[in-house]
Ligand binder design. Structure first.
Ligand code: ADP
Length: 678
């Protein structure tokens, strides 16, 4: 709820509350005023009744003063008329309903009493001090209220002087206990008589002591006194009787005041709330009606907007029912199919689809539309048929109206001719590109093959040049020696030397061709166990002479006979021969001592052989070319540069690996690993 209605509602509630309070106050005021009037009326009637009741007794003392027997009794106390006077008083007392009648002499002593039978004490005391006596003796009517007896009871004394021939001879008195008034006052509500000091003299329907009262001033200035008796509220109204010096009060039940106040306040509050609710209801109703009007306006606007969107949409929109009958077709769709909206109305949508496989799927979907579980069809490509019979590719979706299934289905049609054309163009471009790539690849492969061929030829040329170079030397020498030999036919000794030289040259040529042959070896089919220790011993045996010549120190700890590698013994020995020979060649030009270390170790599944010398070592720049064929740093005629190339080729064929590094003493260190034979 917004702020303003909340404030208004709060204000209204406050107003209703204030109105309720004010109405309650006025109703109380009015009720108290009425009650006050009622109490005044009652009091007036009570006072009248009281006065009437008292007036009955007012002349009783005077009646006594007129009695001859009474006067005789007072004149002649010894005349023995006391008895008859007593009885006389008794009768009058009975008839009048007073409490007692007395005849007093001038000194206040009772001479006769109506209660002579049972209240002798009345005769036993002088009344000279009593006010009523004093008033009578002074020639007036006397009146006095006294509280007498046990328990104390309020009594009214009335008196009159008794004259006999102008002489005051005594006083006639009447005693009326106020309780007697009960019988004469028909009052059923609280009634109270108090003296001017507030002392309670007589009460009816009232507790002995009254609680203190509170005073309330009414709107017209009237003061009302309220008090509570037995938890009930009462309004007390009093009047002072000046002649009697009495304050007479009545109490009126004031419960009706509260009830009336509650009824009025409740009615006002109820009416206020009811009015509030009515206002709220009317306001709600008005707002609801305004909202409905707004919604209706919005709906119309929406419909117009939707109609606008449908009409201007760049896709064909067709509304069909469950039987596939067209109910609505938008301008774009009529344009696509080259038809008019009127000609399409109530026609089957399937007549706009050409007969083919994709069209069949669409037709099947359309035939299943009336079933409750219909799967929406999205982006089906098919061929549409225009009104003039021409065809065009289109993409069709069929969906139920999500919020209004009763409105049937919406068919979306998009002309995909342009896309199809682009796809075709793309396909052709792709195909031509693929063709070009294939051609280019083929050309590249040819170029690569030519390059490889050229490389091979270059390597072959390099190798041929080296081989020619290597073989030319001994061939030239052989030719020279043969010429020398022809001339030396007569000197057989010189001929023998010549033949030796020739043999050594032919050996060298055999060595070259033998080493080149190694490259032509085929990789061994099956690998055999090669006892490493045995092969090493074999090779070291070959070099024994050279070691002795060089005074070489050999550090070698032979491995056990079970250390066998997987390979070919002749090839493994060839590897060893090359490495040991190279080490010896390297150390040859060096200052002694010459040291060669051979170390065989087993590393996991591999067997490692380390060949280390204390020669000059290998420059870092040469390490990469070391295993290339014909790389040598040796002088022409001494090295072919094939040794390490052969080693590398053999190690690779046997499934091993070779690394070159620097030894602990600065020489070369070759580490070769082979597969262990299991
Ligand atoms: P060649 O011994 O015929 O020169 P190799 O292929 O056996 O052919 O050796 C190639 C080159 O490797 C050698 O010329 C030499 O410079 C270098 N080389 C091989 N082993 C060692 C070695 N232990 N210490 C120093 N250099 C070596």
């Amino acid at each position: 709820m917004s702020f303003r209605p909340l404030v208004l509602m709060t204000l209204y509630l406050v107003c209703v509350l204030v109105l309720t309070l004010v109405a309650g106050m006025f109703s109380r005021n009015w009720a108290l005023d009425s009650l006050h009037d009622e109490a005044s009326d009652r009091l007036l009637s009570n006072v009248t009744q009281l006065r009437t009741a008292l007036d009955q007794y007012r002349y009783l003392p005077f009646v006594l003063t007129q009695s001859r027997e009474v006067r005789t009794l007072l004149r002649l106390p010894d005349a023995d008329v006391g008895g008859p006077v007593d009885r006389y008083l008794e009768q009058i007392n009975l008839v009048a309903g007073s409490s007692a009648l007395l005849v007093l002499d001038l000194s206040g002593w009772p001479q006769a009493s109506s209660n002579w039978r049972d209240q002798q004490e009345l005769l036993a005391s002088s009344q000279s001090e009593k006010q009523y006596f004093q008033q009578a003796i002074s020639g007036h009517e006397g009146r006095e209220f006294v509280q007498e007896g046990r328990p104390a009871r309020a009594a009214l004394y009335l008196s009159a002087p008794i004259y006999d021939q102008q002489d005051l001879i005594g006083v006639a008195a009447m005693r009326l206990e106020l309780d007697k008034l009960h019988e004469q006052l028909p009052i059923d509500y609280p009634f109270l008589i108090a003296d001017m000091n507030g002392k309670q003299l007589f009460s009816m329907n009232m507790p002995a002591t009254l609680p203190s009262s509170s005073t309330e001033v009414l709107g017209d200035g009237t003061q009302v006194h309220l008090l509570s008796l037995d938890d009930n509220p009462y309004l007390m109204h009093s009047v002072v009787l000046d002649d009697l010096q009495w304050r007479v009060s009545v109490l009126v039940d004031a419960r009706s005041v509260g009830q009336q106040q509650r009824i009025v306040a409740g009615s006002i509050a109820g009416a206020g709330f009811a009015l509030g609710l009515l206002i709220l209801y009317l306001r709600e109703k008005r707002q609801k009606r305004a909202l409905q009007r707004e919604q209706a306006r919005e709906r119309v606007l929406n419909q117009e907007r939707q109609q606008d969107m449908i009409s201007t949409a760049q896709v064909g929109l067709i509304n069909i029912d469950a039987q596939g009958i067209i109910h609505f077709i938008n301008p774009m769709a009529t344009q696509l199919f080259g038809v008019t909206a009127e000609s399409m109305r109530d026609r089957e949508f399937s007549t706009l689809i050409v007969d083919d496989a994709a069209g069949d799927l669409l037709r099947e979907t359309l035939s299943r539309l009336h079933r409750t579980q219909h799967e929406p069809l999205t982006n089906v490509e098919t061929i549409g048929q225009r009104g003039d019979g021409s065809l065009f590719p289109m993409m069709v979706s069929v969906r139920g109206m999500a919020h209004h299934p009763e409105l049937g289905y919406l068919v979306t049609v998009i002309d995909i001719s342009r896309r199809k054309r682009l796809e075709q163009a793309l396909r052709e471009a792709n195909e031509s590109l693929e063709h070009k790539v294939a051609e280019r690849t083929r050309a590249l492969e040819e170029t690569q093959a030519e390059l490889v061929q050229a490389g091979k030829l270059a390597a072959l040329g390099r190798m041929s040049a080296q081989v020619v170079h290597e073989l030319n030397q001994p061939l030239t020498a052989i030719r020279t020696y043969l010429a020398i030999g022809r001339r030396q036919l007569e000197n057989p000794q010189m001929q023998a030397d010549n033949y030796r030289q020739l043999e050594s040259l032919i050996d060298r040529m055999a060595l070259i061709t033998g080493q080149l042959k190694t490259f032509a070896y085929k990789k061994p089919e099956a690998l055999a166990p090669v006892p490493v220790g045995q092969s090493i011993d074999q090779v070291l045996g070959l070099f024994r002479g050279r070691f002795a010549e060089m005074n070489l120190q050999l550090c070698y700890d032979p491995p056990g006979p079970d250390v066998q590698l997987s390979g070919d013994q002749a090839r493994f020995e060839q590897v060893l021969i090359n490495l040991v020979k190279n080490a010896c060649d390297a150390m040859q030009g060096q200052e002694p001592p010459h040291r060669l270390t051979l170390l065989v170790s087993e590393v996991g599944e591999d067997i490692s052989l380390r060949v280390e010398d204390n020669g000059p070592g290998i420059d870092a720049e040469h390490r990469e070319q070391l295993f290339e064929p014909f790389f040598t740093t040796k002088e022409v005629g001494t090295g072919l540069g094939l040794g390490l190339a052969i080693v590398h080729s053999i190690v690779r064929d046997l499934g091993g690996d070779i690394h070159v590094g620097q030894g602990a003493e600065g020489g070369a260190c070759f580490e070769v690993t082979f597969k262990r034979f299991n």
